[in-house]
Design a protein around this ligand. Structure first.
Ligand code: GLN
Length: 304
């Protein structure tokens, strides 16, 4: 299939919609991002790559980073994690606190903020320098050693992240956060502040389309079973309270971030990253979702 032509067609189709949605202004450093940016990149398991628009421009990957920390935590111990975090869609906003009270501090899944705090807590317990461990994984997966944390974004979230502090302290009151809350959230705010572009992102998550193995090096990042499980979690929990609509319209495992990025996996075939900063009310990129829907419509690449 001529994927470059498909990307060109998508780029043409979305032009009249550029700028729609609302950038994540609750994080002050993200409020000033130009909402009319759009980039998209594909890496295939067979070694081809395609990209369009602002695919080389770095943005804040935000919650997409929750995949990297989950990979690190699953590799450590994929049994005990699930005593501390669930595997069900939450049906609530990604930063909601309500379920935590009546579900005794056990978050619904690892991709809502509370669940990601627990996973980052596990990473903090497993590594002396969790921020270096996350960065090393990202460097290995993307094969781009220049990727780094955007300190301005991390500080901006540190200064304004009262909701994240509230839910992390709340879970600690149930005994579900083991480390110092400040340290856990320092790691969390930094992982969210990873600055990457669509090309880095699609390349770095290609192992999820290839049974846990990086096609370019042959390295096993996680077992096939865990790769399947991660895809299942992305399909059911990766797009927050819009996950049903996303599965209906697109039908691919995916993970979004409030920086406007989305990564989608076509198992056995490819990884796709798209970036457009304007968000829907669920906190998912509006045009990113539209672009993935167009991609599936043009190519028929869906898991269903
Ligand atoms: N850093 C963001 C937050 O904690 C991540 C949320 C997201 O990307 N959905 O609010």
């Amino acid at each position: 299939m001529l994927y470059q032509q498909v990307l060109q067609q998508i780029f043409k189709d979305i032009q009249p919609l550029l700028g729609q949605g609302k950038v994540a202004d609750y994080i002050p450093a993200l409020a000033k991002i130009d909402p009319s940016k759009f980039g998209m990149s594909i890496h295939t398991v067979s070694g081809e790559k395609f990209s369009i628009g602002d695919a080389k421009e770095n943005f804040s990957i935000q919650s997409i980073s929750k995949i990297y920390t989950l990979v690190l935590a699953m590799a450590q111990d994929n049994v005990s994690i699930w005593d501390r975090v669930g595997r069900e869609p939450s049906g609530s906003k990604f930063n909601s606190l309500v379920q935590l009270e009546y579900e005794s501090g056990i978050p619904r899944n690892p991709f809502i903020n509370a669940g990601a705090h627990v996973i980052t807590d596990i990473v903090n317990s497993s590594y002396d320098s969790p921020k270096s461990a996350i960065l090393s994984l990202v460097h290995k997966l993307s094969q781009n050693l220049t990727i780094n944390y955007d300190q301005q974004v991390a500080s901006s979230e540190q200064e304004t992240g009262n909701r994240n502090y509230a839910m992390c302290y709340f879970m600690k009151s149930f005994g579900n956060i083991k480390n110092d809350v400040y340290k856990v959230l320092d790691t969390y705010f930094h992982q969210c502040a990873l600055a990457m572009n669509c090309i880095d992102l699609s390349k770095s998550l290609l192992f999820l389309a290839n049974e846990g193995v990086m096609p370019s090096t042959g390295e096993n990042i996680i077992s096939k079973k865990n790769s399947d499980r991660l895809n299942a979690l992305m399909l059911t929990c990766g797009m927050y309270d819009a996950v049903g609509d996303f599965a209906y319209r697109i039908g691919l495992p995916a993970k979004s971030g409030v920086g406007g990025g989305i990564v989608a996996i076509v198992p056995g075939e490819m990884s796709i990253a798209v970036w457009s900063p304007g968000l829907s009310t669920s906190g998912n990129s509006l045009l990113g979702t539209k672009a993935l829907e167009l991609f599936v419509n043009y190519t028929g690449k869906t898991i269903f």
